[in-house]
Design a protein around this ligand. Sequence first.
Ligand SMILES: Nc1ncnc2c1ncn2[C@@H]1O[C@H](COP(=O)(O)OP(=O)(O)OP(=O)(O)O)[C@@H](O)[C@H]1O
Length: 695
Amino acid sequence: MESRNPAFDEEQDRLQATFREIDRQRAEIGPVYRGKDYVEQLIEAKREENRQRLDLLANEPYFGRLDFQEEGKPAPLPLYIGKRGMELAETSEPYITDWRAPIASLFYSFTGGDDPVSYEAPDGTIHGEIALKRNISIRNKQLGRIVDSYERGGDNIGLNDEFLLYKLGDKKDNRLRDIVSTIQAEQDRIIRAPRHKALIIQGAAGSGKTTVALHRLAFLLYQYQQQIRAERMIIFAPNTMFLDYISGVLPELGVGNVTQSTFSEWALERLNGNVRLAQHATEREWFSLEGQRPAIDNDTPGRYKGSLAFKTYLDQQLADFEQRFLEMQPFEAWEGRTLSGVVIREWFEVEYKPYPLAQRLERLHARINRWLEMQLNEIGDPKLRKERSKTGKQRLRAYANRLPKADALSFYQTLYAWDKQSDIPGPIAASTRAYLKKGEVKPEDLPALVWIHIAFNGADKVAFDHVVVDEAQDVSPLQIALLNSFMSEPSFTILGDLAQGIHAYRGIQRWEELSDVFAADYRSYHALQMSYRSTLEIIEFANRILPHTQTGLPPASPVFRSGDPVELAVLESPEETLPYIESFIRANQEHGMQTIAIIGRTDEACARLAAQLAESGFPANLISESHTRYHGGITVVPVYLAKGLEFDSVLVTDADGQGYSGSPQDAKLLYVACTRALHRLTLCCYGSVTPLLAE
Ligand SMILES: Nc1ncnc2c1ncn2[C@@H]1O[C@H](COP(=O)(O)OP(=O)(O)OP(=O)(O)O)[C@@H](O)[C@H]1O
């Protein structure tokens, strides 16, 4: 605990007063209503919301204080900033300010100096001066550390980062955490950006992209309470384990009900389970060490099928498909009774035009059926009517069967038919055909399939109020265009790091590929360069790998947090690897590291290692594609699945020329591996070190 001083005593008194106020308000809410009265139930829902808010506040009422003197006011007023807001029950005066409130933006944007400051309030710009900025740490209801990062008239040297460094030095468990108390100005600008934008964020490893995106959701829900609903927000992330890892942040911020999904999961749901996915086939091809991996270009299957050029091709094919309905023939129910083609086309082309194709077909079918019933009703003789009814219905079935099918998978299959004249490059068509023949598609086919499905069935225009796409360097322009078609106006947070583009065979090479999906007024590009996750030593080490990724990205800037030097162990023989890893784990546990990861090169190597470790008494959590949970503790993980995660201490194995050749693809993998470490990074290999680390 801090030594006693007047500031500490003042904050102690304020904290106790706050707890008393929270207790008072909590008691006033009264007992839970369990009756059946609907109005009472609605009121109870509001009360429950209040209970939850007060419980959250009771734990850590606030984390910062900002004394702001508004222009024209005689003295500064202290604002206490917390995860949720609170008013005094008696006077309705603000007592704790929600971090998302406009005035709280000053706490984040202010980085020192005596210059006047301003913030955007609903009624216009408010000007004033800051007299004090104070970080207050409250843990288990106890006042802990107080750090004044600015005091008017004080010397204010070098205190700005102290609280941040104190926070960054923490050991991690198995969950990503909120950062409300230390959001940095550049991050805050993204969090508070207007709603109707497609923000594209290139952020260095550990720059807080994922965290910032989650805080942005909380901000949007607060700022646009009337227009945005949590149930209509969605977060796309690369795998379910990563979703599990980040799932704690939104509840900590008091946000529930936001859908979190992988793109594949979401797409399969759209397709009503009508397609079967060849799981992980591409990953196995690209991340094993067997075989020669081809160079990546625009004709790499995943890149081609995710391109806007492919989207144009699909749209053309869909338009041609629709044209074929214009050739609809007359329907002859029985000899002498025919519904003319002109009438049928009129219904289809004019009357049903506003509906999506599949619905138009359904309506047309029902309409012809009604016409048939009417014709039958005109026949007086029951025997003849029965006979004609049989013929008419048979013929209608045959007629409907002759019409092209508005079904996404059937249509997609026709694009790859061996005799089809097509824009699709031959090798791509052949390999896709082979999968389709087995009744399977690859993840790279899903955007196109959903695109077709939407063309046939329509998209729910207001399905999303906001979409977050994490690890967006691995998604395709077609995916983004598709998601955009589920919104009346774009509202996106798209974030990633090209240097971590390990799925480049299906992802993008430049951000323009994604931003081209949006009109110029909507898109805005942001770069986050400061990296918060790792120590100075780790960031500098990883920065040396960066040029080999050939992405042209600038090095990440470290926060000045120094730790142990990065170690590279060159072993004499493969037999030394296991004892080396065991001693690594032991040493790190003794050092207080809570999450320790051994990052291997392939699935197979990791499975072998985890089995060996278990035998020698180090049970580790092995992560594979099918894992849905990240448990913390000791983890063995193949590098391509480590993306997005972080660990107190990391050992990268296989750091030799075979594990990581000098190619840009392997440079990205090694960059991902090294940037997972918060406090300690070690690499090991036997034989020759990878050319990526040759210097
Ligand atoms: N302003 C901040 N204050 C405290 N911690 C922060 C801040 N910004 C980021 N962090 C921490 O840095 C780490 C990295 O954050 P996050 O995982 O969101 O980064 P990222 O850019 O998505 O990383 P990567 O691309 O490498 O997966 C997390 O532990 C997060 O809590």
